[in-house]
Design a protein. Structure first.
Length: 274
């Protein structure tokens, strides 16, 4: 469930802090206190106790300082959240394939990193990021993906759409899995017990003849956990991208320019509006 929104504070101040363009505070009341330490502590609180526990007071307690000392570095919780969102996506280029080796291994690595990110920081799914503030770490990931997609024949807009679709799949699948786990914690009822309670009425429904296709499914159709869902979905999504890219690369001149166009540039089209 969404409880917070990115970009809900002072946008100018959040951007200054993300990019280090604002004035730095003077020496703080506690030696060693820095903006990065504050953000790191805030992430640790959210990871351990959930986003609902996050407050300037709680982060200050985590650091062993007075609450007011934090305000020398960050205006408030909203701006702190913007910094946390960029902090957790720190990009490790060494852990990802060279984008020059191909778009598919690169995007697969991005998806798997994003999958682990959501499971390592479940509170991310509680933040509405429809208005994201783009910090250096987020742009590092975006730059990497775009480099991987160079030469695919996709328009710039299509490259962005590929990234949006990939992110939507990963976050949506992670949300389903994490919500299921949260439901068990919240209700104290395991998934097995939950479905077992429905067996009598579902068995009756299957015998009614109203749902012959459902009744004919194998007994293990709904087993196997969420990772197989992620694996199948990711493979199918990448296959779909490959099919689209194949149509683009097949319709290009040797120098990579679209056939029938003198300079290889075409007006970008939005396939969603055609």
């Amino acid at each position: 469930m969404t409880t917070e929104h990115s970009g809900s504070g002072d946008l100018s101040r959040s951007l200054e802090l993300l990019w280090g363009t604002g004035e730095r505070p003077g020496r703080g009341p506690k030696p060693g206190l820095t903006l990065d330490r504050i953000v790191t502590a805030a992430v640790a609180v959210a990871d351990a106790e959930g986003l609902g526990a996050l407050s300037m007071r709680r982060v200050a307690a985590e650091l062993g300082v007075g609450t007011m000392s934090l305000y020398r570095y960050v205006p408030g919780k909203a701006e702190l959240l913007d910094l946390m969102l960029d902090k957790v996506v720190e990009f490790d280029a060494a852990a990802h394939p060279d984008p020059a080796t191909g778009w598919r291994p690169a995007l697969e690595a991005v998806a798997r990193t994003n999958w682990r990110l959501h499971h390592g920081h479940p509170w991310l799914l509680q933040v509405d990021r429809s208005h994201p503030l783009l910090g250096p770490n987020a742009l590092d990931v975006f730059e990497y993906a775009l480099r991987a997609l160079a030469g695919t024949g996709l328009t710039d807009r299509e490259k962005v759409h590929v990234m949006v679709a990939l992110d939507g799949f990963v976050s949506g699948t992670a949300r389903t899995q994490l919500n299921s786990a949260h439901a068990e914690q919240r209700t104290g009822i395991s998934a097995e017990d939950f479905w077992r309670a429905q067996e009598p009425i579902l068995n009756q429904a299957m015998r009614s003849g109203r749902y012959p296709t459902l009744a004919g499914l194998a007994e293990d159709a709904f087993t196997g956990g969420d990772n197989p869902v992620f694996e199948l979905g990711l493979s199918a999504l990448l296959d779909g991208f490959a099919a689209v890219i194949a149509t683009r690369t097949a319709d290009t001149r040797p120098n990579g320019a679209p056939k029938g166009h003198p300079n290889g540039r075409i007006a970008e089209r939005d396939p969603l509006t055609e």
